[in-house]
Ligand binder design. Structure first.
Ligand code: MGP
Ligand code: SAH
Length: 334
């Protein structure tokens, strides 16, 4: 009890009690034992609070946890003394403090995340088709919350970041043309692996979005944004590699068993390739996962090479990329 009071009192009374304690034989023996055992402070104080107790065995020290709170239940042990509780409480509080701190940190982190989490835009909220893509937004752009902007078509057309990153790695070169750049999913990644990216889109809104998104990734200055019709611009372009990711006619492409690459008016694969080959034979063609493989193979031409790559995300087949010319990796000839 005295110890408890000492802990709570201050001034003269505290000094007196302290002196008294200092003189007590128990204190002396405890101090000696503490020194011999090289005990930590909390242990030392616990022993002071147990005037006639033996030093706790090593096991008891390690066993000091919530279960030991029930000191009184433990048969041979001394009845609980207040100082014990104080020490224990201090210890418990320590633990509680840690928990509180952790909770606080978690709360802070959550608040931070909430603060910077982008709310679902109304055009997504109002469109059940787009909501699926919203759920995948961090797969599309890992830095989505930093201000990535997409319009309706881009939501379902943009290449998921991991896939775009992989394609960009395979297309390393000096100058690459991203013939249908959209909101920039591929162009951004090309900017990390190529010296120069020429990003073309027929829709000015797409270019606006692509610029914003490229700025977020810090690569806008490595991309030349060109507004225009690739089919018309192609004959004026020079590049080492061309990446083709034309519109597939929206998410409905999934409804056919085999997607006919020559069925898209304006973007028939044969025509697209005839034009692009005038720029370079090194072409990466991004097509639906149900694309006609025979058509992809035929595009390589007589004696030409093609590599057909399935792009998976979390074990789900998402898309196919067909590589032509020197983009085909050695030993993977078809
Ligand atoms: P998806 O099939 O619409 O999505 O597109 P998902 O999540 O596989 O659909 P689910 O219903 O099977 O769950 C898959 C990916 O294809 C998209 O993330 C885009 O990268 C790409 N993609 C889809 N469309 C409709 C187009 C398109 O018209 N053009 C281009 N270039 N890419 C597209
Ligand atoms: N790979 C892009 C998505 C491309 S979607 C990304 O990851 O973000 C296809 C894009 O082709 C659309 O943005 C559409 O505006 C554009 N497009 C359609 N016709 C075009 C044409 N004739 N020339 C250039 N771009 C065109």
């Amino acid at each position: 009890m005295a110890d408890v009071n000492v802990l709570e009192e201050s001034g003269e009374a505290e000094v007196c009690a302290e002196e008294e304690r200092e003189r007590s034989p128990e204190r002396q023996s405890v101090l000696q034992t503490a020194a011999q055992m090289n005990l930590p402070l909390w242990m030392f104080l616990k022993m002071v609070a147990r005037p006639n107790s033996e030093p706790l065995a090593e096991d008891s020290i390690h066993g000091m946890d919530e279960e030991n709170n029930s000191d009184t239940d433990s048969g041979n042990r001394d009845p609980v003394c207040y100082a014990d509780i104080d020490m224990f409480c201090e210890n418990e509080e320590g633990k509680t403090d840690q928990k509180k701190q952790k909770k606080k940190k978690k709360k802070k982190k959550k608040a931070y995340t909430e603060k910077f989490r982008v709310p679902m835009p109304s055009e997504v909220a109002d469109n059940p088709v787009l909501r699926k893509y919203w759920a995948q937004r961090y797969r599309l752009f890992s830095r989505f919350d930093e201000g990535i902007q997409l319009d309706t078509e881009s939501w379902f057309s943009v290449t998921p970041e991991r896939i775009a990153e992989h394609i960009a790695d395979r297309c390393r070169c000096d100058i690459i043309v991203d013939a249908f750049c959209g909101a920039g999913g591929n162009s951004i990644q090309f900017a990390f692996t190529c010296e120069r990216v020429i990003a073309i889109d027929i829709d000015p809104e797409k270019l606006r979005l692509a610029k914003i998104n490229a700025t977020i990734y810090g690569v806008a200055d490595r991309i030349e944004f060109v507004l225009g019709d690739y089919l018309k611009l192609a004959s004026h372009l020079k590049a080492d590699v061309v990446f083709l990711s034309p519109p597939w006619g929206g998410p409905d492409y999934q409804h056919s068993d085999i997607y006919d690459l020559n069925a898209m008016p304006g973007f028939e694969a044969d025509q697209l390739f005839a034009l692009t080959r005038k720029i370079t034979p090194h072409i990466a063609y991004f097509v639906p996962r149900n694309a006609n493989i025979e058509q992809l193979t035929a595009l390589a031409g007589e004696g030409g090479r093609v590599e057909i790559e399935q792009n998976f995300l979390n074990t789900k087949l998402k898309t196919i990329t067909a590589y032509y010319g020197e983009l085909v990796q050695d030993g993977e000839e078809c």
